[in-house]
Design a protein around this ligand. Structure first.
Ligand SMILES: [Zn+2]
Ligand SMILES: [Zn+2]
Length: 178
């Protein structure tokens, strides 16, 4: 959903958006997360000279993949935000760099006198995805030998030492004893 800023400027009053965004309208591309239902959002978009202010809230249900056991679990995310967008100081550069700055700064950029609310929401949702999702703090993960889910059953494998330095030590010890 694209807001025409020229139109907003003419109107001289904020616009209010109350709508649901489907996953295919958003840009939440992640290997460890997907959206299980439409993202609900309430947004107010206003203009102060050339600064665009987006105030609002969103409610989403994320389906995350546990980094230990690879099982999926749901996490609901509700958040309020207030964001400011200014005209892109260097227009015409490639999109990749643009996206990075978008995510890193409190102030985002727009160009072409328009603001895509789907992009605004996608950024806010991406911030809710943990780097390493864990289904529960006590998740035991999968056996690195046989792949069994250790939350559900046990196995007889002798587990390798996780720390590579310890593993190296164990290796030396083994060679000395042989
Ligand atoms: Zn897990
Ligand atoms: Zn095993």
């Amino acid at each position: 959903m694209i807001v025409d800023l020229a139109e907003l400027r003419l109107k001289q009053r904020p616009i209010y958006v109350d709508s649901d965004f489907q996953e295919n309208q958003l840009l939440v591309k992640s290997k460890i997360a997907r959206l299980t239902e439409p993202v609900h959002s309430n947004l107010k978009v206003s203009l102060e000279s050339d600064r665009v202010k987006v105030e609002g809230r969103l409610a989403a249900v994320l389906c995350l993949t546990c980094c230990r056991c690879a099982g999926e679990f749901e996490k609901s995310a509700e958040k309020n935000f207030m964001l400011t967008y200014v005209p892109d100081p260097k227009s015409g550069r490639d999109g990749e760099e643009f996206e990075l700055e978008y995510a890193d700064l409190d102030v985002g950029f727009y160009w072409g006198d328009q603001l895509d609310l789907a992009v605004v929401l996608s950024e806010q949702i991406l911030l809710e995805i943990p780097m390493k999702p864990i289904c529960q703090e006590e998740c035991k993960g999968l056996c690195d030998q046989c792949g069994v889910d250790l939350n559900l059953s046990t196995c007889d494998c002798t587990r390798e030492l996780a720390d590579p330095r310890l593993a190296a030590l164990a290796d030396i010890k083994k060679r000395l004893t042989n």
